[in-house]
Write a protein of this length. Structure first.
Lengths: 357, 318
């Protein structure tokens, strides 16, 4: 892979694509933001550090050097702790965080609203209602996630049915989502109140979102979904560029804005329903990661890859903090994502305002 | 190149165009005029396939536009909607680059043709110096030139613009219209614009289309069709039509309506008087920049009740 500037006058090309380079691989030519490459590289390094740290901290403590040795397969006394106890959960945190970052980016760009996330448009509540029903009706534990997925997808269908009449226009999309969210939340509360208190508590913990007791199976479902959607995501990364154009302008340059919104939002809610079904409502990541990534890259819209990496980093750190901060008491990751991501978003907002004023 | 056949279009319950047949000339600057809500924007939006007609056809070079893939239409027909939403934080070069969308795919995001077309479009619209500026930081006139540059980057033969001069001050209006005129005369593009200002329409159009209540009342070169009768028919406004002192194109001057305009014979009456006139000879002589004063034919108002300014307008005698 080589990054080449345009052959005919590099200087003129720099003016046409400020801050960007052309990545050429055979017949494929992609426009890449140089700052996004830098941010992605830094985030990858930080993510790897966080993963090693997460594998190392806990009882027993495993020195980072031993973690690396175990990972490289040289056989250490810590293999059991690193591979069987900690790695599945850390990988799940990274994969789920990345999925939340992707879902948030897609949903926010269709909603044209930096505050939109899976729990604003009702996907989380749909999955939450289904999971609550499953958990309070004595369903087998293995069936909770599939049931939650069905609930999330049901909410998505309802959202599209309500929003479709106006071509899934931004405001309509958000309003339909808020309505769906409130409906499902009310039903969830009804189920909760009529359930056995112990079952209700289990459902409550599920709703907050936790990675405790989860691992490879959940990670595989989420990673599999992202992998299957990879061609769609490659298209989405490009299509996101033009979501800022109004419909008339978009049609004028030969785009089909409604079809594009359905594609982007459909992909977003699919990923959101899957990841929420697996790990619960840790979705503050989906709200924060796209916006923080956008500011780091200094782009006019959230960058898909950087948002995914940041989501992964955020959830790995949140899960680590939840495990260690009040050890031996464990806090659900959903509590910590808000505690870490919230202040940082506020900090960026304040800084952005100062700069622009 | 652009025609409509039995076109019926509208919004929700309201039918705006009802069976419209129209042929627009190729390589001409066509201006569509008419009162508010006459359907001129609806016509432009339907021709640009932004609005799907209920019945009838829009023909682009003889082919029904609905049978063409929208990307192909975008390579032949550029369109600037009435008030496009300015994307936040997007730079000028970036926005102009969006005009290359119909030539791009996600796996082929940029080519040397794209670069050349963007360069040429920015140069043509005179926004090259603004390339790195965010569009939302620009003035209205600059912004409009950037939007036009975006449609130019599409490299189409025809360009449709919906009220491209609205919200601009007079100097910027003239700037935009001059640009459109250059596109027609120097680049041979077909330009179709909806304009509000009749006098600008008359000055710039090769072909004028006057609409009222969803129908075309008259179409042709402005010097042939723009008369006081037509303005009364289309706008319900009494006026005089005189040759423009600069271009000779028809100039529409609304008649005195007794409203807020100063009564003839008051403030303006004196300035209109000929230098030799008895009323304000001194004022006329001291006021050489007033082009009206040098018109020998001009006479003070004779007090025509229905159309008091008619008799006094200096240009009448030209």
């Amino acid at each position: 892979m080589t990054t080449t500037l345009h052959p005919d006058s590099p200087r003129a090309d720099a003016a046409r694509l400020p801050g960007r380079s052309l990545l050429r691989i055979g017949p494929v030519s992609l426009v890449i933001r140089r700052r996004a490459v830098l941010v992605a590289a830094v985030l990858t390094v930080l993510l790897l550090l966080a993963v090693v740290l997460s594998l190392s901290l806990g009882t027993p403590y495993v020195a980072p050097a031993d973690v690396l040795r175990a990972l490289s397969g040289t056989g250490t006394p810590y293999d059991l702790v690193v591979f069987d106890l900690r790695l599945p959960r850390v990988v799940l945190a990274a994969v789920a965080g990345a999925a939340f970052g992707v879902a948030g980016t897609l949903i926010q760009s269709v909603a044209r609203n930096p505050l939109a996330s899976p729990d604003v448009i009702g996907i989380t509540q749909g999955a939450g209602l289904a999971a609550t029903v499953a958990l309070t009706s004595g369903m087998a534990a293995a069936l909770v996630a599939p049931t939650a997925l069905v609930g999330g997808l049901l909410a998505a269908v309802l959202l599209f049915a309500l929003g479709a009449r106006h071509g899934l226009a931004a405001q309509r999309f958000v309003l339909a989502g808020v309505a769906v969210a409130f409906g499902f939340r009310a039903l969830t509360e009804v189920v909760m109140l009529t359930a056995d208190p112990i079952d209700g508590l289990r459902a409550q913990i599920w709703l907050i979102g936790t990675l405790a007791g989860k691992g490879w199976t959940e990670a595989a479902w989420i990673a599999g979904t992202l992998l299957v959607l990879l061609p769609v995501l490659a298209w989405a990364g490009w299509a996101l560029n033009s979501t800022a154009l109004d419909d008339d302008t978009a049609r004028g340059v030969g785009l089909r804005p409604v079809a594009r919104r359905i594609g982007l939002a459909g992909t977003g809610v699919l990923v959101a329903a899957m990841v929420t079904a697996q790990v619960g409502a840790v979705d503050f990541v989906a709200l924060v990661a796209p916006q923080v990534a956008r500011r780091l890259v200094r782009a006019e819209r959230p960058p898909l890859v950087c948002a995914a990496l940041l989501g992964a980093l955020l959830l790995v750190l949140a899960d680590l903090a939840g495990r260690r901060l009040f050890a031996p008491t464990q806090l659900p990751a959903g509590v910590l994502t808000a505690a870490i991501g919230g202040p940082y978003l506020i900090f960026l907002l304040l800084r952005g305002r100062r700069r622009s004023s | 190149m652009l025609s409509t056949r039995d076109l019926v279009a509208g919004y929700d319950e309201r039918t705006v165009l009802d069976g419209l047949d129209l042929d627009l000339p190729t390589d001409a600057f066509t201006v569509i005029v008419g009162p508010n809500a006459c359907g001129k924007s609806t016509l432009l939006r339907t021709m640009a396939r932004l609005l799907t007609p209920r019945r009838g056809t829009v023909l682009l070079d003889g082919t029904a536009i609905r049978d063409l893939p929208t990307r192909e239409v975008a390579r032949r027909l550029g369109v600037l909607p009435q008030s496009p939403l300015v994307p936040e934080g997007v730079t000028v070069a970036d926005l102009v680059g969006r005009g290359r969308q119909p030539y791009q795919r996600w796996w082929r995001q940029w080519s040397s043709e794209d670069g050349a077309a963007v360069d040429q479009a920015m140069a043509l619209a005179d926004v090259t110096d603004l390339a790195d500026r965010p569009v939302d930081s620009l003035s209205g006139g600059q912004r409009q030139r950037v939007w036009i540059a975006m449609t130019l980057a599409q490299d189409t033969d025809a360009l449709l613009l919906d009220e491209p001069t609205t919200f601009l001050d007079l100097a910027h209006q003239v700037e935009v219209l001059d640009l459109l005129h250059r596109l027609r005369s120097e680049r041979g593009r077909t330009v179709v614009a909806v304009l509000h200002d009749l006098n600008q329409a008359a000055r710039y159009a090769d072909h004028l289309v006057a609409m009222r209540a969803g129908a075309v009342v008259a179409a042709g070169p402005p010097r042939e069709i723009l008369t006081a009768d037509l303005v009364r028919d289309v706008f319900g406004l009494a006026c005089v039509v005189v040759p423009c002192p600069v271009t000779g194109a028809p100039l529409v001057v609304p008649s005195y309506t007794g409203g807020n305009a100063p009564a003839p014979g008051a403030a303006s009456g004196g300035r209109v008087a000929s230098p030799g006139g008895p009323v304000d000879a001194a004022a006329g002589a001291e006021d050489p920049d007033s082009s009206t004063a040098s018109v020998p034919d001009a006479r003070p108002s004779t007090g025509d009740a229905a159309n008091p300014l008619a008799g006094s307008h200096p240009s009448k005698g030209l």
